[in-house]
Design a protein around this ligand. Sequence first.
Ligand code: XUL
Ligand code: CO
Length: 439
Amino acid sequence: MSEIFTNLPKVKYEGSKSKNPLSFKYYDPDRKILGKTMKEHLPFAMAWWHNLCATGRDMFGPGTADKSFGAEPDTMEHARAKVDAGFEFMEKLGIEYFCFHDVDLVPEADTLAETNRRLDEISDYILEKMKKTGIKCLWGTANMFGHPRFMNGAGSSNSVDVFCHAAGQIKKALDITVKLGGKGYVFWGGREGYETLLNTDMKFEQENIAALMRMAVDYGRSIGFTGDFYIEPKPKEPMKHQYDFDAATAIGFVRQYGLDKDFKMNVEANHATLAGHTFQHDLRVSAMNGMLGSIDANQGDYLLGWDTDEFPFNVYETTLCMYEVLKAGGLKNGGFNFDAKSRRPSYTYEDMFLSFILGMDAFALGLIKAAEIIEDGRIDSFVKERYSSYESELGQKIRSGKATLKELSDIAVKNGAPALPGSGKQEWLESVVNSILFG
Ligand code: XUL
Ligand code: CO
C-alpha cells in the first residue's frame, strides 16, 4: 500500500511562534495541564464521513474535493482505500480515535445481508490497521437518515417494515462497534421528528423510538458492549422539528423511558447553537445531570441558520467548552470528534490537514486557557460568593428541603423587604476572561 498524502508530513508541535502551516501551534500532546497530558484531556477523533467521504457536494453543485483515493467510488476497493487514507491521516496528525456510520465504511448494497457481509469484510481490514497503529474506535452508529426509506425517520417511521430494517442496521452497527472495541454508540435522530402534526402521532413515535433504543441497549449489553450509548441532540435539519431538540429535552426523554442508566449526551457545538443555546449551555445541562458523554467538536456560523459543521477556530467557545469539561472531571468514555468539514473551496489534501490543525489547536488553546481560568480562581470564587447567603441557617434549611412555605412567609413578613441580591458583575467577569485569553 503506497502513501496517499505524499508531501504531507507527520504534524509536530512547534509552538505559537512557528510560521509552518503544517505544525501545531498549541497542541503539544505530552504537555501536562492540571496533572494530565493534553493528549489525555483531548481524545481527538476523526469522523469517517466528513473526512474520508464528503466531497463538498451541496444542493447547488457537485463536490469539489476528490476523495476517491485512487479507487473507483462505491466499490469495496474504494472502501479499503478510505481505510488506508484514514489511518495514514490519523497517524500523521496524531489522532487516536475515529467514528463511523455503517454506510461510511462500505457502499450500501441492495440487501441488508450483502451490506452486512461487506461490513464484516471491511471491519476485518480496519481491525488489522488498528492493531498495527494503536488507533482506536471512539463510537459507531447507523445511518438511519440518508436512504429514502428513512424519509419519516427510523424509530419514528409510520412503517413497521422501516422500523424493522432500522433494527437490523443498528444490530449490525453494534456488532461492528463491539468488534472494533468502540467505547460508545450514537443515536443521532436525523429524521426522528416531523414536518407537520397534521399527519403525526407524536406520542406513538416517541414510544417507538424509546423501544428501539431499549432493544439496542439489551442487544448491546448481551454481546458485551460496556461503553455508553449516546443521544446527540439537534433541534432541526433535516426535519422541521426533531424530537431530541437539545440536551434538556433528550435527558428528559431518556429518563421518561428508563434509559438513563445506559445513555449519555453527545453534545455537538453547532447543534446547541441551532437550538438557540450556547455550546457551553448544553455542556452544562449535560454535566449537571451526570450525562456529559462525548463531544462533536465543530462550530456554526451565527449569520446562518443551518448546521455548517465548521472546524472550530473560536477560542472563546473552545475555552468555555473546556472549562465545562474540566469542571465535570473530563470525558470518561467520550472524546472530541471533529464532526466538521473543510469549506467547499478548501478542497485539497493539504486543506484536510490544515483543517484538523486548526481544530486541534483551537481545543488545545481552549484547554490551556480554561485551566488558567480555574487556577486564577476569580470566577469560581465570585460564583461561590454570589450564593453565599444560602450558607445561613435559613439557607441551609431551604437547601435541605426542611423549610415550609408558611414558615418562610412568616419570616418574610417579619423581615420586611429584602435588600437587592448584589451585582451580577457580568462585565467584570467577561473582562477577567478576556484578560486571561489575551494577557
Ligand atoms: C448531523 C450529525 C451526525 C451525527 C452522527 O448533524 O451531527 O453526523 O454526528 O450521525
Ligand atoms: Co454530530
